[in-house]
Ligand binder design. Structure first.
Ligand SMILES: [Fe+2]
Length: 557
């Protein structure tokens, strides 16, 4: 059975994946191919890439599965919320919501667009959004029995939902309807703090540890009221301005790119703290209701690595699996498998050990690109050792190897790498390469077998989606990947999962005594992560990186 999964909502992060007999062969977000960050358009390029990679034509597909139901459901829900008063009648997005939903309904959530480009007799499925998220967490978790929490801004009408995964099946337990939404709460404050909502929540999470406790947000959210309650009318603004409820209580909105003052830091602290408490409350409720101590998470709110780490280090759960593409790009992974649930069927259960699901380039292709640009190149026998040598010399590297990652994190395929021992490296990479906000932390890649030397209660963390504490005595050893509160967002690298990247870290460790590398995504601020060798060359020469290691080739400036 060949199944294509698609995320297409006209909101953000369109994507596609292809699965054969329950195994995902390829997955990519449209932004990587179109070079438009968070691209929300119909993912034609991703679909083409999926088909090409699997070597199949559209007419060979058995299923085409979208991770959304026809948008009329969302529209009906919004109208009901306005009638019952949980949404303000003058809800500012109403007109655009109506327009978007009606146009999406006309297009039947992408079916016609699909057929216009890819003629097929495949069956079309429109999978409930939260079910697609839930499958994307449970089916790839490796847990037979698990509580599955889906937390996002909104699906059609859902904001948070709990599912019980057992023996390859998912039982729906409860749903908290939109607009009582943790994602909405976080997004509104992200916007209030001068960032892009449903995109820049990382920035608030990174800023939070610089703040002090003291700001009370209980008017906006009660995080511990089993499970949580957000004050929708206040968050959405009861007047013409969408943030009126917040500005009336906390003062004017921060202007984008303006100074960050202590009040902004304190608000970020309070927002993150409330989100963590709400997620802990939800996790407790999920475990209590299902009676299992395995937890799976998906949905954009599950990208909150700080809260995930807190849940894991609590005594609420034994094991946790956060699907690395927890945001809507990852919905395609769940949608593609939904047909397996037909007629009481079971999901394929394959533990996801890596996210290298995208495209790769051969040395021949890489060399051709480098020669096109007439670059001076060196072919090396051991790119990992060559890279380790340069990193130990303090150089900042572009590292382009193997299949591109799926999901928001670079995990050693499309990464910028640097020496984590240099306390100035954070600022150097930020100023010369990433051009991003000073407070955003960088993450360490660490040999899995050495993780417990550096990380408190180290566990497998292959996806940089669980924050943990760096051991006190190691904080000065790897200062540029230790956040201000002593935390880090580690990637533990196993030899059999990514031998080349493991080898690089090992080589760096042999030279320096520290088997840890600073790893950030290979992109410039505001751009998607690089996909092709051409993207890599362009980004390399638009930044302060010292060298580019791509396949077996090294380019130096
Ligand atoms: Fe979602």
């Amino acid at each position: 059975m060949i199944s294509l999964g698609i995320n297409y909502s006209e909101m953000h992060d369109s994507s596609a994946c292809i699965a054969r007999d329950g195994h995902v062969l390829f997955a990519v977000a449209e932004e990587r191919l179109s070079r438009l960050k968070h691209d929300a358009r119909f993912p034609s390029l991703s679909i083409e890439a999926c088909l090409a990679s699997a070597g199949v034509r559209a007419d060979q597909l058995d299923f085409v599965c979208f991770g959304w139901q026809p948008a009329i459901e969302a529209l009906k829900h919004d109208l009901k919320c306005m009638a019952t008063g949980s949404l303000p009648l003058n809800y500012v997005d109403l007109v655009s919501t109506l327009r978007r939903n009606l146009s999406a309904t006309r297009k039947h959530n992408g079916k016609n667009q699909f057929l216009a480009r890819f003629p097929t007799k495949a069956q079309f499925r429109f999978v409930e959004h939260h079910l697609a998220h839930a499958i994307s967490a449970y089916s790839y978790s490796g847990f037979d029995d698990a509580a599955v929490l889906v937390l996002d801004g909104r699906g059609a009408w859902e904001a948070s939902s709990l599912w019980h995964g057992r023996d390859g099946r998912l039982e729906h337990v409860w749903t908290i309807p939109w607009p009582n939404s943790l994602g909405l709460f976080y997004a509104q404050f992200t916007q209030y703090l001068g960032f892009q909502p449903y995109s820049d929540e990382w920035k608030v999470m990174g800023l939070a540890p610089y703040g002090e406790p003291g700001i009370n947000l209980r008017e906006f959210i009660i995080p511990d009221d089993d499970p949580y309650k957000v004050s929708t009318r206040l968050l959405l603004g009861d007047g013409p301005a969408p943030l009126a409820g917040i500005t009336a209580r906390l003062g004017p909105q921060r202007e984008a790119e303006s100074e960050i003052d202590p009040k902004h830091k304190n608000i970020a602290f309070a927002v993150q703290d409330a989100c963590e408490e709400a997620m802990m409350t939800l996790a407790r409720a999920a475990i209590g209701k299902t009676g299992t101590r395995n937890l799976c998470l998906a949905g954009g709110v599950a990208l909150n690595s700080k809260a995930n780490g807190k849940i894991l280090s609590s005594d609420i759960v034994d094991r946790i699996f956060v699907q690395p593409a927890a945001g809507d790009d990852g919905v395609c992974l769940g949608a593609a498998l939904a047909p397996y649930l037909d007629n009481g069927g079971k999901l394929p259960m394959h533990r996801m050990r890596h996210a290298y699901l995208g495209s790769a380039n051969s040395d021949e292709e890489i060399e051709k690109t480098l020669r096109t640009y007439k670059l001076k190149i060196t072919r090396v026998a051991d790119p990992a050792a060559a890279a380790a040598e340069m990193l130990a010399d303090g150089k900042i590297l572009g590292w382009f190897q193997g299949r591109m990652e799926f999901g928001p994190r670079a995990l050693g395929s499309r990464s910028i790498l640097a020496d984590p021992r240099d306390p100035e490296m954070n600022a150097k990479v930020n100023n010369a390469v990433k051009f991003r906000e000073w407070w955003r932390p960088f993450a360490p890649s660490i040999l899995a077998e050495m993780a417990d030397e550096y990380i408190e209660s180290a566990t497998d963390s292959p996806f940089m989606i669980l924050t943990a504490q760096v051991k006190l005595e190691k904080r000065s050893v790897i200062p540029s990947v230790t956040h201000v509160d002593g935390s880090a967002r580690p990637q533990t690298v196993e030899h059999d999962v990514n031998p080349l990247y493991w080898h690089l870290i090992r080589e760096f460790g042999d030279r320096t005594g520290v088997p840890v590398i600073m790893n950030t995504s290979f992109n410039l601020r505001g751009e998607p992560i690089v996909c092709t060798p051409t993207d890599a060359v362009r980004t390399f020469f638009s930044s302060g990186m010292d060298a580019l290691v791509m396949g077996s080739f090294v380019v130096e400036k």
